[in-house]
Ligand binder design. Structure first.
Ligand code: NAD
Length: 424
């Protein structure tokens, strides 16, 4: 019988949510007690004070974290989030989900995540560079191409990854592109990485629409979050022929029953930074967007936005989780009971990002670069396989799709831990 330390370190609603999901999945597969807590509990965490000189000469300290959940199946992998509401518990939950996601996709990675409590919109470009470089500097001994490999997440992007890669390379004295993924192509980024997460979401949505015999040209789509994941999902689904009827970002949303021109919205964001006042439709709130009548609802921003309060009012046929952890445990129960919504769970739905991150890392280690076609073909093959195994598990054990995906991911991590044994 193993005993887990009852920790208050990660105490937060989102960490409890990830733990409840784990417990439910572990019960469903009768995961032995002596492996359960070892599989569940995050392995390492590091908290750092990031001291940044501001443009006006003053100094501000930002708090940053990195949590490595699992290192048994390979180097840990996961994004770095810059957001004012980051907590170490949230980072730990996201790290846990990365473990199951990598495992489900069959990638030789564990899970990790990083975060800094900061609103990046309030920093100048040079302050953002100082913060990104300082984060990597403080983490230099904690990260590594064979230890833990970060990537972009909410509030970070290719440029942030470039500064982090440059900082690490300067520290070790030679170029080390494999230290982060999601880099610009000019410094070892992969073809297709920028669009990979959204392209993967759209690919899976198309597959599930086919399963439901809904022609994609008849599908209407509402997307919360119009950053990397949301905007690439919108563009790919529009290119497949779907009609995008609602979009949003942190400033609010827009709705247009006749369809929003995603290219125009992307151009608007490039120049104005936020969707507010984009003349592509009528203004709606983020809360209203979630309850719109549509074929596909894709939350692509924050976790815990589909709750017990609004789950009963959703009017979509497919809930495609582009974001990590957008649906609370209570909302899950309501949706399962309703039985009229197909959830594509986050660990499957948005796994295209980490799959192409894996390709980028491989290309960096080999110094041999692939074409975009090669990347996308290999990505879709992995997503097909993951979807197939989830559907098989779902049918075989009569699980919900989330439970099917989580049990597959968790079982593989637990098997690796059992095979390696306990050292010392
Ligand atoms: P991003 O920073 O590029 O975009 C985030 C978007 O969400 C922005 O449009 C922002 O305005 C919006 N947003 C922020 N707060 C909001 C709020 N309160 N209400 C509504 N919208 C809000 O981030 P991203 O990389 O697109 O990540 C989005 C989600 O997808 C996160 O959950 C992230 O963990 C997940 N994810 C990202 C990747 C990736 O490759 N970037 C991969 C897998 C999963």
């Amino acid at each position: 019988m193993s005993k887990v330390i009852v920790s208050t370190l990660y105490d937060s609603d989102v960490f409890k949510m990830a733990c409840r999901q784990f417990d439910q999945a572990a019960d469903a597969i009768n995961l032995p007690e002596n492996i359960r807590d070892r599989t569940k509990y995050p392995r390492h965490c590091l908290a750092v004070a990031l001291q940044i000189r501001r443009d006006d000469g003053s100094v501000t300290i930002f708090e940053g974290y990195r949590v490595q959940h699992n290192l048994s199946t390979g180097p840990s992998k996961g994004g770095i989030r810059f957001h004012p509401h980051v907590t170490i518990g949230e980072v730990a939950a996201l790290a846990m989900w990365m473990s199951w996601k990598c495992s489900l996709a069959g990638l030789p990675y564990g899970g990790a995540k990083g975060g800094v409590i900061v609103d990046p919109h309030l920093l100048s470009l040079s302050e953002l560079e100082h913060l990104s470089r300082r984060y990597m500097q403080e983490m230099v001994n904690f990260l590594g191409p064979h230890t833990d490999v970060p990537a972009p997440d909410l509030g970070t992007n290719e440029q942030v990854m470039a500064w982090m890669m440059d900082t690490y390379s300067n520290h070790v004295g030679h170029i080390e592109p494999a230290i982060v993924t999601g880099k610009p192509i000019a410094i070892g980024g992969s073809q297709g990485r920028r669009e990979a997460t959204g392209a993967g979401v759209a690919y899976l949505v198309r597959k599930y629409l086919e399963d439901l015999a809904i022609p994609i040209k008849e599908a209407t789509v509402a997307i919360q979050g119009f950053g990397n994941v949301g905007s690439e999902t919108a563009l790919a689904l529009q290119n497949f022929g779907a009609k995008i009827i609602a979009l949003s970002d942190y400033s609010g949303g827009i709705y247009n029953a006749t369809g929003i021109d995603v290219n125009k919205a992307r151009a608007y964001i490039r120049s104005e930074k936020i969707l507010k006042d984009f003349h592509g439709g009528d203004a709606i709130s983020n809360e209203q967007l979630l309850e719109l009548k549509c074929t596909v609802l894709a939350p692509c921003a924050l976790e815990r936005v589909i709750t017990e309060q609004n789950a009963g009012r959703l009017q979509c046929r497919i809930l495609a989780e582009g974001a990590n952890g957008p649906t609370t445990n209570g909302a899950d129960r309501i949706i399962e009971k309703r039985g009229d919504i197909e959830i594509i769970p986050d660990v499957l739905c948005n796994s295209g990002g980490v799959v192409v991150s894996y390709f980028e890392w491989l290309q960096n280690l080999q110094n041999y670069y692939w074409s975009r076609d090669e990347v996308m073909t290999k990505l879709y093959a992995i997503l097909d396989k993951a979807k197939e195994s989830v559907e098989y598990q779902k049918r075989k054990f009569k699980f919900s799709r989330r439970l099917a995906a989580l049990t597959l991911g968790i079982q593989r991590v637990a098997d690796a831990k059992a095979a390696r044994g306990l050292f010392p």
